[in-house]
Design a protein around this ligand. Structure first.
Ligand code: HT9
Ligand code: FE2
Length: 331
C-alpha cells in the first residue's frame, strides 16, 4: 500500500497526551485533575508539587508535544491536532475544534507506547468521554502500541549509545544498562493486556530489542520509578534508586539509565532520574548517564507516518486493561 493512499483513510492526526502545568499557578489544579478518585495521599501530592515548583511550575511535557508535532508535520500529509487528559489543551476542546473543522475520521497517536490502564485504556476512555461531549465528533482510531516498532527502538538505541559515549572511557565497557519505566500498582500490572502482564512483558521486549540493536550481550535490568498511591498498596519493584544501591554494592562500574517507559521528557524523567537518581549516584561515586527519551528523533517521528500507513488496528477488547477501583484520598 502506498503511504498517501493509506493516509487517505484518515483525515487528521490527533496527538493524545497527558498534559502538564506551564506556570506555578497551574500545578495544583493540574495535580487535582490527575489524582481525582485515585486515592493518592495528600503527602505524596505535596511532594510532587514541590518537584514541579522546583522547575518554576513548568513540566517539560507540553513543549515536548509541540516539538513532536513540528517534527512530524513534514512527514505526515494530514492536519495535526493535540489534546491532553489533564491540562490545556484539553482533549474535549480539541475534539470540538476537530468537529468544527469538519474532521470525520482521525488517527490518535498517544505519547505512551505500552498496554495497561494508565498507558492505554485511560486514553481510550478519554476519547469516549470527549466524543460524548461533542455533537458531530469525528471517529477516532487509536493507533497500536508501538513499543517494539523499529523506529522507537532505533531512537532509544541511538540515545543509549550516546549516553554510553558520555561515560568516562575507562568505565564505558563495564557499564550496566538500567531500563526504567513508571511503576504501576501490582493489580494494574496483572490485568494489563488481553491476558495480563502485558505492561511488564512489553517493556521487557523493548529493553531486549534496544540491547540487541546495540549488539550488547551483557546483562541489563528493568526497574521502576515514580511510584505513587497509598503506601499499603503494592506497586512494581524494585525502585530505580534502591536498585542503583544494589548495583553499586555488587561492584558495578557505571550505569546508563534508559527511560524506555517514557517517549519524551516528563517531570518523572527530569526530576526522578536527573535529580534524585543522579544525586544518589554522585553520592556513591557511581558514574551515571541518562539516555535521552525518543523525543523528536527522526526514526521516531518517521514511525508515526509508518503507523498511519498500517491497516487499521484491531483495537482493544472491552475487558482489556480494566480501570482500578476508584477510591477517595486518605485523610
Ligand atoms: C504508567 C504511567 C505512565 C506512563 C504512560 C503515560 O504516559 O500515560 C504515566 C505517565 C505520566 N504521569 C504523569 C504525572 C503524574 N502521574 C501521577 C500518578 C500516577 N501515574 C501512574 C501511572 C503512569 N503515569 C499511576 C498508576 C498513578 C497513580 C494515580 C493514578 O492511578 O492515576 C501523578 C500524581 C502524583 C504522583 O506522582 O503521585 C502525576 C502528577 C505524567 C506528566 C508528567 C509531567 O508533567 O511531565 C505522565 C506523562
Ligand atoms: Fe503518572
Amino acid at each position: 500500500m502506498r503511504l498517501d493512499e493509506a493516509m487517505g483513510t484518515y483525515d487528521a492526526l490527533l496527538l493524545l497526551s497527558f498534559g502538564g502545568p506551564e506556570k506555578p499557578a497551574d500545578v495544583l489544579p493540574f495535580l487535582e485533575n490527575v489524582v481525582r478518585g485515585r486515592g493518592v495521599p495528600k503527602a505524596r501530592l505535596m511532594e510532587v508539587e514541590a518537584h514541579y515548583q522546583r522547575f518554576g511550575g513548568v513540566s517539560p511535557i507540553n513543549q515536548q508535544c509541540r516539538d513532536l508535532i513540528e517534527a512530524i508535520r513534514p512527514k505526515v500529509d494530514l492536519p495535526i491536532y493535540w489534546g491532553n487528559r489533564n491540562w490545556h489543551p484539553f482533549l474535549t476542546d480539541t475534539v470540538r475544534q476537530m468537529a468544527d473543522d469538519g474532521v470525520r475520521r482521525a488517527a490518535a497517536f498517544a505519547t505512551s507506547a505500552y498496554a495497561s490502564y494508565s498507558a492505554c485504556r485511560q486514553y481510550l476512555d478519554d476519547i469516549d468521554r470527549a466524543r460524548e461531549a461533542v455533537d458531530g465528533a469525528p471517529e477516532i482510531v487509536k493507533l497500536r502500541h508501538y513499543y517494539d516498532h523499529p523506529g522507537f527502538i532505533a531512537a532509544m538505541a541511538d540515545h543509549t549509545a550516546q549516553a554510553l559515549g558520555r561515560l568516562p572511557a575507562e568505565v564505558r565497557d563495564g557499564a550496566r544498562l538500567v531500563f526504567t519505566a513508571h511503576s504501576i500498582p501490582l493489580t494494574m500490572a496483572r490485568t494489563a493486556g488481553p491476558s495480563g502482564g502485558a505492561y511488564e512483558a512489553q517493556l521487557l521486549s523493548a529493553a531486549r530489542l534496544v540491547n540487541a540493536a546495540l549488539g550488547r550481550t551483557e546483562p541489563f535490568d528493568l526497574v521502576w520509578q515514580s511510584r505513587s498511591g497509598p503506601p499499603e498498596v503494592r506497586w512494581l519493584e524494585p525502585d530505580v534508586c534502591d536498585h542503583l544501591e544494589v548495583l553499586y554494592k555488587q561492584g558495578a562500574q557505571a550505569v546508563v539509565l534508559v527511560p524506555i517507559g517514557f517517549v519524551s521528557d516528563h517531570m518523572e524523567v527530569v526530576y526522578d532520574l536527573d535529580v534524585e537518581a543522579r544525586d544518589l549516584a554522585a553520592g556513591l561515586g557511581l558514574p551515571l548517564e541518562r539516555a535521552s527519551t525518543a523525543g523528536t528523533h527522526p526514526a521516531f517521528t518517521s514511525m508515526v507516518a509508518d503507523l498511519l500507513a498500517e491497516p487499521e488496528p484491531a483495537g482493544c477488547a472491552a475487558t482489556c486493561c480494566p480501570a482500578p477501583p476508584r477510591r477517595p484520598a486518605p485523610a
